[in-house]
Design a binder for this molecule. Structure first.
Ligand SMILES: O=C(O)[C@H](O)[C@@H](O)[C@H](O)[C@H](O)COP(=O)(O)O
Length: 227
């Protein structure tokens, strides 16, 4: 069963989720000497990132990466790396190790090997993966109309990362695959607003990609929500 964490205010959600993630990271540092966190971009996580950046822990033992990235320069307003650098890698968390997912190649497919190699130092499995969700039921860059969606969601797939064309959203993407996320110590779905709660509730019936996370029981996700 998924654990539900509902809040009446987004600011309360941001603070509680940041404290929860920091606790998971600290526990993994105690257990294995290092910890890893994959975060999503988009508009939802900025407040949580700011709260997390102020948590006191051994950030130099923490590796942060992205669940998915748009294939744009890291200084583009659409870059998830830019968001993470500006909101999360600040304050105490400035000491964390960050691995971005945008490579130097023009096309995402041509840059996949380069970016995958960068992940070598990432402590695996991930301590924690924080997923957002779009109103179309996508999570990570698993978009409903992506031509390689079956490959991204193949539970037997061995790659950590894959490229994808969202079709219904801008920019080529590079994204963690379903098995890489399912291996995480904790999977968190972080969403806000009544509309997204309704989308999540009908994910299975509608066959949305988020259902590959929210409806599986092997590693139930915790759901963090505020209106
Ligand atoms: O790069 C991306 O597009 C994200 O990682 C994506 O999966 C995001 O989490 C959702 O689209 C929700 O985005 P919002 O928070 O903006 O609604």
């Amino acid at each position: 069963m998924s654990e539900l964490h509902h809040f009446s205010e987004r600011s309360a959600l941001d603070s509680a989720l940041a404290a929860h993630i920091a606790g998971r990271l600290a526990a993994d540092i105690r257990r294995r000497g290092s910890a890893s966190l994959a975060v999503s971009g988009g508009s939802t996580p900025a407040g949580m990132f700011a709260a997390l950046s102020r948590q006191q822990l051994a950030w130099e033992q923490v590796w942060i990466t992205l669940v998915d990235e748009r294939w744009v320069d890291p200084d583009s307003p659409d870059s998830n790396e830019k968001l993470v650098r500006e909101q999360l890698l600040q304050n105490a968390a400035a000491a964390a190790n960050f691995i971005g997912l945008k490579g130097s190649a023009t096309e995402a497919a041509a840059g996949l090997a380069e970016v995958s190699a960068r992940l070598d130092p990432l402590p695996l499995p991930l301590t924690c993966a924080v997923l957002g969700m779009g109103g179309d039921g996508h999570t990570a860059s698993w978009f409903p109309r992506a031509s390689n969606l079956a490959e991204l969601l193949d539970p037997q797939g061995e790659a950590l990362l894959a490229c994808s064309d969202p079709v219904t959203a801008p920019h080529q993407r590079i994204t963690f695959t379903l098995p890489a996320i399912l291996a995480a110590g904790e999977i968190i779905i972080h969403i806000t607003g009544e509309e997204k709660r309704a989308v999540l509730a009908e994910a299975s019936d509608k066959g949305y990609p988020i259902a590959a996370i929210s409806e599986q029981q092997d590693n139930p996700a915790s759901i963090w929500w505020a209106p």
